[in-house]
Design a protein around this ligand. Structure first.
Ligand SMILES: Nc1ncnc2c1ncn2[C@@H]1O[C@H](COP(=O)(O)OP(=O)(O)OP(=O)(O)O)[C@@H](O)[C@H]1O
Ligand SMILES: [Mg+2]
Length: 251
């Protein structure tokens, strides 16, 4: 497959000129807030940035919606739908800008599946193998927050009541939405703790205020981008052009 010419499935390590930065954490940990601020800041520094988020591809959106509405999703079908969404975005939204030397920001990545799907009952080995076509991120942030902080942020924010699957109601943990959310997300936190160690995610204290966390993130990203050469000018455009068609650039 031409798309993966600079990426070995399984190892996940890419050698594209761009950089992939992803965020993870339970619902209400503040991931989107931080990633949006980082996005604006990177653009203000002159970087070309592409953003993508979990469960957003048009390919499976209607099917997922239908399955959720009918409450007919099983742990395996749910997992496979998310993997299809991810695969579609990887090939259409993540790898092309990475090849073009851009910065790609992803709100949730494979680790979300490793945490949630395992809590729903799929095997940890199976779901890791399922995603072995994925590119390993250059930076992966984990926003660690206690359940009660996440709950109070979500209930006092614009979101209002929890949704059925978000609260893990399909797992029959409790008939009460908030209690189900608490139990479900507590289990996800345990999985995330394992994932942080296994994949070396950068752990941030997500109870801190928004500005403090953003400053920490920016300092870490600045350091990680020290050797990053953004594609600018004629040379960059030509390189991008040839790479897009996967042919060697003539002398
Ligand atoms: N550090 C913080 N302190 C207090 N409130 C915060 C903080 N970070 C985010 N919030 C607020 O908490 C709520 C949830 O934040 P956000 O949407 O960024 O979380 P999220 O991790 O993206 O959640 P989800 O996974 O459900 O998308 C928002 O109302 C946001 O304004
Ligand atoms: Mg979010």
């Amino acid at each position: 497959m031409t798309e993966v010419s600079s990426h070995q499935p399984g190892s996940g390590v890419h050698s594209y000129p761009g950089k992939l930065i992803i965020v993870e954490g339970i619902d209400g940990s503040g991931k989107s807030t931080q990633l949006l601020l980082l996005h604006k800041w990177l653009e203000s520094q002159g970087h070309k940035v592409f953003f993508t988020e979990w469960n957003s591809s048009r390919l499976v959106r209607d099917t997922t919606k239908r399955g959720k509405k009918a409450k007919s999703l099983t742990p395996t079908t749910f997992s496979l739908l998310h993997a299809t969404d991810f695969a579609s975005r990887l090939y259409h939204e993540i790898m092309p800008p990475l090849k073009a030397g851009m910065l790609v920001l992803a709100d949730r990545y494979t680790y979300t599946a490793f945490a949630r799907d395992v809590v729903r009952g799929v095997s940890p080995e199976w779901v890791r193998k399922l995603y072995n076509f994925a590119v390993r991120p250059d930076m992966a942030f984990y926003f660690k927050v206690p359940i009660e902080v996440a709950i109070s942020r979500l209930l006092t924010g614009t979101r209002g009541q929890f949704k059925y699957y978000e609260a893990g109601m399909d797992m029959n943990l409790s008939q009460d939405l908030t209690e189900s959310f608490r139990l479900f997300q507590s289990r996800i936190l345990i999985e995330y703790d394992k994932i942080v160690d296994e994949y070396g995610l950068i752990k941030l204290d997500a109870t801190k205020d928004i500005e403090t966390q953003q400053n920490e993130m920016r300092a870490l990203v600045t350091d990680a981008l020290k050797d990053y050469k953004p594609k600018r000018g004629t040379y960059g455009r030509r390189t991008v052009f040839w790479r897009r068609f996967d042919v060697s650039q003539p002398e």
